[in-house]
Design a protein around this ligand. Structure first.
Ligand code: GLU
Length: 457
């Protein structure tokens, strides 16, 4: 059977790095198993779902290097869910309930005071036809609950019923169906909650592996029961831990925090995001993988920790710097061109500056320094100014070779008697206007003799 996975966000906001973790776990799993990847939008909540969010999610996935085999929208598949509802009703495992939220709330409180678990007591199953008729004549519409298979013959006497599965990430997992309320699958207004459409689609779309966040572990117990009620073999499940910020806060699509869009706008490389999103909270070290193939070779869902993983967004910059440091010119060329960096000096320029960049766009500032001189010329003491004038006087004639910097600074040392920092710092400041940056031995040939002399203070 072809391995088939899906990434199923609801399009109610921009995806963040935690969602990227889920998407990438699925994508890398599909890569490693020659499988298919379905992009499924869980947009049954029509009021909150927006096409623009779905489009932005696809854009973000492409940016990360994820190209789904197919894209599906649940909002276009209601008839399929309606048919499943009819089957569940016919099997008498979907039943009508008429309680209002306030009534349910009151019942939960009563159960708690009696020391009972605050689960739904299946009171709707005890309604007489007259009571149902009365609700209906009052205009009350039913919502529909799935009867969890946690009893022998009397649903009002639930018993411990363990559902087991071998989780791809967490190993042996168990959920006791008697500890849960029968889930509402359809609301009074006929709209669907997430639970049923997800199962129906996983069956219809041939999903073999459901990989998602561990906030769905309990759902899995319920959904396994629904798979079986619909006569289907449940897929393999895997629940990865969730990412939190350093202060332990969860990420939310609604707040926009650490959205893929904001990271892209900050100049973070897709592979920095992907490397962190996949490797944090696993037994692997978080290092910058060059591409998704390399990341896939490090990917083992079973090596993921069971507890939430804190991560520091600053780690993204560390990974970004590593990626910049090793990025071959061929990879940077087109992006540099977009910044206006495209002469025959572009390649030596890139090789000179890449080790000093936090983000690729920072190259532009160095390009301007090299083409137009320091952005803010440095102030020098009289002593340093004399030193620099002497230094510029002994700048070697062209043509220059690879040792020009060494030759020049050797002469400066001889002429002025300065060495070390007092020699190099004024030179660096005069040439670049900055106290740190790429090797001057690499920058000098890019400035040329004329360009260098133009920097004489
Ligand atoms: N729409 C659900 C979510 O975003 C999908 C969960 C699942 O993968 O089944 O949490």
């Amino acid at each position: 059977m072809t391995v088939t996975v899906r990434f199923a966000p609801s399009p109610t906001g921009r995806i963040h790095i935690g969602n990227a973790r889920t998407a990438l776990f699925n994508w890398l799993f599909a890569m490693n198993n020659k499988g298919r990847f379905i992009q499924r939008f869980d947009d049954t909540d029509i009021a909150r779902s927006k096409q623009e969010y779905a489009d932005s999610i696809l854009y973000d996935l492409h940016w990360l290097g994820i190209f789904p085999d197919v894209t599906e929208y649940q909002s276009r598949r209601f008839e399929i869910y309606d048919a499943a509802v009819e089957r569940l009703k016919a099997a008498r495992v979907l039943y009508a309930c008429y309680e209002t939220p306030e009534e349910l709330d009151l019942r939960r409180k009563v159960r708690r005071t009696r020391g009972l678990p605050p689960v739904y007591g299946r009171e709707a199953l005890t309604l007489t036809p007259e009571q149902v008729a009365e609700y209906q004549s009052d205009g009350r519409k039913p919502h529909w609950r799935f009867l969890l298979p946690n009893f022998t013959s009397d649903p009002l006497q639930p018993e411990r019923t363990d559902v087991h599965w071998n989780d791809l990430v967490r190993g042996e997992e168990t959920v006791d169906l008697a500890s849960l309320s029968d889930p509402v699958l359809v609301r009074e207004d006929g709209t669907y909650l997430y639970t049923l459409p997800s199962v129906v689609d996983d069956i219809e779309m041939g999903v073999s592996h459901v990989i998602r966040g561990d906030d769905h572990v309990t759902n899995t117990g319920v959904q396994i029961a629904i798979f079986k009620a619909l006569g289907a073999e449940p897929p393999v499940f895997g629940h990865h831990n969730l990412l939190t910020t350093t202060t332990g806060e969860g990420l939310s699509k609604r707040t926009g925090a650490l959205s893929i869009e904001s990271l892209r706008e900050d100049g973070i490389e897709p592979m920095a995001v992907a490397s962190l999103a996949v490797l944090v909270g696993t037994s692997e070290n978080v290092t910058a993988a060059h591409d998704l193939n390399a990341l896939a070779s490090h990917f083992d869902p079973a090596a993921t920790s069971k507890s939430a993983s804190k991560f520091d967004p600053d780690e993204l910059f560390v990974l970004n710097r590593t990626l910049m440091h090793h990025m071959p010119f061929e990879e940077a060329r087109d992006r540099l061109m977009v910044l206006g960096i495209s002469s025959d000096k572009a390649e030596p320029f890139w090789m000179a500056v890449r080790g000093n960049l936090d983000r690729l766009s920072d190259a532009l500032a160095w390009w301007r320094i090299l083409s137009d001189g320091p952005q803010e010329p440095a102030e020098f003491s009289g002593e340093d100014r004399d030193f620099l004038n002497q230094a510029f006087d002994v700048l070697p004639e062209e043509p220059w070779n690879g040792t020009v910097w060494k030759d020049w600074t050797g002469k400066i040392k001889e002429t002025t008697g300065r060495k070390g920092k007092p020699l190099f710092m004024p030179l660096r400041l005069a040439l670049t206007g900055r106290t740190s940056g790429p090797e001057l031995s690499d920058l000098l040939p890019l400035m040329g003799r004329e360009g260098t002399l133009a920097r004489r203070p």
